[in-house]
Design a protein around this ligand. Structure first.
Ligand SMILES: C[S@@+](CC[C@H](N)C(=O)[O-])C[C@H]1O[C@@H](n2cnc3c(N)ncnc32)[C@H](O)[C@@H]1O
Length: 206
């Protein structure tokens, strides 16, 4: 069963103390280059959902980007704010639930979501909100880890999910591509990045 939004935010308040340390090896090995590639052409009004400790921030071109970054966890958001202040990144931070965004329809040209759909309480509610606040010609860029189509990998993911959920708040057993399709968003591209089809880059539009 999925954690409630309150439980997710509490979990990440705790996780915020060790998140960067815990993720450091995979960040250096894989995530950094994926983030850089993902964000290279992003411009105009951008919303980042689940900004976490702000690991994407160094890869935005702030001459072209007006960034609003939201997260449900005070702890994670505090780390992201510190990072932005230290590096003088111009970001508007908001403590918000992605399942109920206070923005008008069609507000953003780009929406960035990296490793977040694994932890939101309700994927479909978040995706519905993403669709609503995305500009008609806008794009949503995802990096996600999802449930593999390979039976053996999927078995391992399901087996390890309770411990991952307990330790970090993230689920590794979600059919995220299925949820994106269900939300009515249209998949423009879906690229497998690592561990066969577990880590993916997905680009979608309305
Ligand atoms: C695994 S972390 C990923 C952080 C960051 N995007 C990254 O790439 O490192 C997931 C983040 O999503 C946030 N989150 C989870 N549910 C959320 C929600 N409903 N609304 C906003 N943020 C949420 C968590 O607080 C956490 O910071």
């Amino acid at each position: 069963m999925a954690l409630t939004t309150k439980e997710v935010s509490l979990k990440y308040d705790i996780t915020s103390f060790f998140y960067d340390f815990f993720e450091f090896p995979i960040e250096v090995l894989l995530f950094r280059k994926w983030r850089k590639e993902l964000l290279k052409d992003v411009n105009c009004k951008v919303l980042e959902i689940g900004v976490g400790t702000g690991k994407n921030l160094p890869y935005y071109d702030f001459y072209k980007v007006k960034l609003t970054a939201v997260d449900i966890s005070r702890g994670m958001l505090k780390k992201a704010k510190n990072r932005a202040e230290t590096k003088k990144y111009p970001v508007t931070f908001k403590l918000l639930n992605s399942e109920k965004l206070p923005f008008k329809d069609n507000s953003f040209e780009y929406i960035i979501v990296t490793f977040v759909l694994c932890s939101v309480s309700n994927q479909l509610e978040t995706l519905k909100e993403i669709k609503r606040v995305l500009e008609p010609n806008g794009k949503v860029l995802f990096l996600e880890h999802v449930l593999s189509k390979n039976k053996f990998i999927a078995f391992l993911e399901k087996m390890h999910n309770p411990i991952m959920k307990f330790l970090t708040g993230a689920n590794i057993n979600r059919d995220t591509v299925g949820s994106i399709k269900k939300s009515g968003l249209k998949i423009l591209s879906e690229e497998n990045l690592a561990l066969k089809d577990v880590f993916k880059k997905i680009v979608v539009k309305k």
